[in-house]
Design a protein around this ligand. Structure first.
Ligand SMILES: C[S@@+](CC[C@H](N)C(=O)[O-])C[C@H]1O[C@@H](n2cnc3c(N)ncnc32)[C@H](O)[C@@H]1O
Length: 340
């Protein structure tokens, strides 16, 4: 998803359905945002397509990713580094004195280095401390949350963020277990869930959904994504692009619904007797979606569930803050978690 995502931001005639590799655009001026620096693959490719006076603001929650971003910034003065969640995008840009941006890229979720490092606690395959924080400098760990949250909160998180039908049984087992001894290791949680979830989709570990749910909760992933989408739309210049790569259906549904509402705001009022001039006008134009190519999936099996969605800001002024285009409940307080 590297090449199409970068083309989605920089190529003036980008169309997700028709895009083919290898067409280089002329270097672009302007201000650009990579909300998920990671190891800097997308940022590096973006910088290659930007002019010497352009600016790239990069975000990540992860201190290791931020250390790499600082190393890049020391070599390339176009880069500004923000150790922040991308949910703060609008406020952070305002703090930098940036009113408008030309493109925002979000490649959401966890990175391969995070999953592969047992000490980060993201993987049920590798035993490690039950941490799961992208930002290891703040907020409660998964172990701390599982030790203190009510059984009903744990159940709701596993049910909604994991779409897990055994959420009731898993939460009950966690509560019974912690009354004896707190859960502190990934293998302890994985084994406990495996003991409760007896039927499972083919090829999937029984703890997959529980780990996904706890991770989403600990990192406030959906609330951050909702804030970032609205913040990006509030700050995009006319013609500016928003490109989001997501890895699971909860994220992709949020992105899809947000972009559709901003691209077709008249749908809600279609049956009302309004004059054409009174109907709400699109503030985004959809440029389509793409899945990873077979070759990319062969090289990196995690890419098989990746979806890239792209939209372009129109010239219509926003009639209200862009939060209005978020689906109802996308910032539901009982599922937002507690990390900042
Ligand atoms: C899939 S990786 C991105 C990889 C990156 N595009 C690259 O080319 O290396 C996701 C990264 O986003 C970061 N991340 C996820 N959610 C975040 C959030 N809400 N705010 C800031 N960074 C976030 C993670 O820490 C991780 O480093």
């Amino acid at each position: 998803m590297l090449e199409p995502a970068v083309a989605a931001l920089l190529a003036s005639d980008f169309d997700a359905r028709r895009w083919r590799p290898g067409v280089a655009a002329s270097p672009r001026q302007g201000v650009w945002v990579d909300g998920t620096f990671g190891r800097g693959g997308h940022s590096g490719a973006l910088l290659a397509g930007l002019a010497p006076q352009a600016r790239l603001v990069v975000f990540d929650k992860d201190p290791q990713a931020i250390a790499q971003a600082h190393a890049l910034a020391s070599r390339d003065p176009r880069v500004t580094v923000c150790h922040q969640g991308f949910g703060t995008l609008e406020a952070t840009l305002a703090g930098l004195g940036i009113e408008q941006v030309d493109g925002v890229l979000l490649d959401v979720g966890v990175s391969s280095p995070q999953i592969d490092d047992a000490e980060r606690g993201f993987s049920f395959m590798r035993d490690g401390p039950l941490d799961m924080r992208m930002d290891t400098t703040r907020g409660p760990t998964a172990a701390q949350w599982l030790a203190t949250a009510s059984e009903s909160e744990i159940r709701e998180v596993i049910k909604h963020h994991g779409e897990e039908r055994y959420a009731f049984q898993i939460a009950k087992a966690i509560a019974a277990r912690r009354a004896q001894q707190p859960l502190s290791r990934t293998h302890e949680l994985a084994e406990l869930v495996a003991g409760v979830v007896r039927t499972r989709e083919k090829g999937q570990h029984p703890a997959t959904r529980t780990f996904q749910a706890v991770r989403i909760h600990i990192n406030r992933e959906l609330a951050e994504l909702a804030d970032a989408l609205a913040g990006a739309l509030n700050r995009l210049a006319p013609g500016g692009r928003l490109a989001v790569i997501s890895f699971h259906s909860l994220e992709d549904r949020l992105v899809k619904q947000f972009m559709a509402a901003a691209a077709n705001p008249g749908a809600a009022s279609a049956r009302l007797p309004l004059r054409e001039s009174e109907r709400p006008q699109p503030v985004l134009r959809l440029l389509g979606k793409r899945f990873a190519e077979a070759q990319e999936v062969a090289e990196n099996p995690r890419a098989r569930s990746a979806v890239l969605r792209v939209a372009e800001r129109t010239t219509t002024p926003l009639p209200a803050p862009a939060q209005a285009y978020l689906p109802a409940g996308s910032r539901s307080p009982n599922l937002q978690g507690t990390t900042a």
